[in-house]
Design a protein around this ligand. Sequence first.
Ligand code: ARG
Length: 460
Amino acid sequence: AKNMLWGGRFTGGLDPLMITYNASLRFDRVFYAQDIRGSIAWARANHHVGILTAAEFASIEQGLTQVSQEWASNTFAIQPDIDEDIHTANERRLGELIGKDVAGKLHTGRSRNDQVATDMRLWLRDRLDEIAAHLVELVKVVAGRAELEIEHVMPGYTHLQRAQPIRWSHWLLSYGFPFASDLERLREVRKRVNRCPLGCGALAGNPFGVDRDAIARELEFDGLMPNSLAAVADRDFVVETLQWASMLGLHLSRWAEDLIVYSSAEFGFVRLSDAYSTGSSLMPQKKNPDALELVRGKSGRLFGAMAGLMMSVKGIPSTYNKDLQESVEPMLDVITTVSDSIQIATGVLSTLSIQPENMMKSLTPDMLATDLSEYLVRKGVPFRETHHISGQVVALAEKEGIAMDSLSFDQLTGVDHRFEKDVMSVFDYQKSAETRAVRGGTSKSAVQEQIRSLKETLSN
Ligand code: ARG
């Protein structure tokens, strides 16, 4: 432990397992560019308050740039015994390149506590922007398909039982809006991710008068973490990201489940493209919706990471404790998972083909029982009564073993004398959809309005 960066007060060595147990370089090395960018900003701030001369700052900046290039070109030689994390590894290497006398001044007034929080926020901010762009693509595909395929009517379900005819586009949009809300929430989360903790030191703040606002500006933060104790203690920005990802995962999972069902032979509403399906090693005929099953399955990982991190941080006393290092891996895993899942979902949705004949075949006259009762409502009969009458028609058709629309006019008037000749016009699925022209409904004009408003959310 003597030769560790922090080894001054130590005489004994570290247990070898403790070295790996404690080390985080194997995963926090992904922050190398953020760590170096933050260090350059930190060195500049220290130059401005006279801790570093202009020459010392220039030397540190040049050395750090070289360290960054070593990481980028995969030539950084890690020393596993002493390179505990990305912060110590970079500083160790800087010392070798420019000499310890100058490199040793870089960490003045800084702690790895404010440093790691800075690195994570910088890294996460950029990933969230990439994810937002992927999500925009997904919503665009939803809106594009909804526009193109607005003609097609299919069964809508409650309890997975045939309920009422709806437009396929209406179904598409029913996920487009939650995805758009996810995008809105993501932009909200980003604001709180993008706040600067640098300059808070280990916990109490900086004694040399560094200008935190200037540091924040250089690093393109939107503002400061306003309290130094909270700045080093805070992993809410990770928790919130994981909660956000869990909600998105929940939407993706339900969406995937619908499409898995719709792509089965029993439904046959959609056919998935080869690019997102796989075969069976045993059954030659199989084409399985693996992409969608993975999207559904991986959502569980997102919830798990969120719950795990919340457990890890809930009982920690004030400011930095090493438990906080446990926030890094779930963050990395969730970001990869969520980014991949959105892109896979977009791929699946943009390449599947619909089978409108099967949608149509699955529509059955009993799905118009509600319309039949509404027919009588329009003749002035109270709905409670019409519901009952239409139910009797359903029962009669069932008893006769025929479809509702095959009952004769006499059979219908036998149930209720208020049925008139025009009653047969009820049995038309397109027409049924068109009657639901209320805002948010399944008529063509209502769906078109939804498409417009979904597209509008993208321009905000
Ligand atoms: N690797 C550490 C982390 O991820 C860096 C901070 C270490 N700070 C400390 N006081 N030990 O949290």
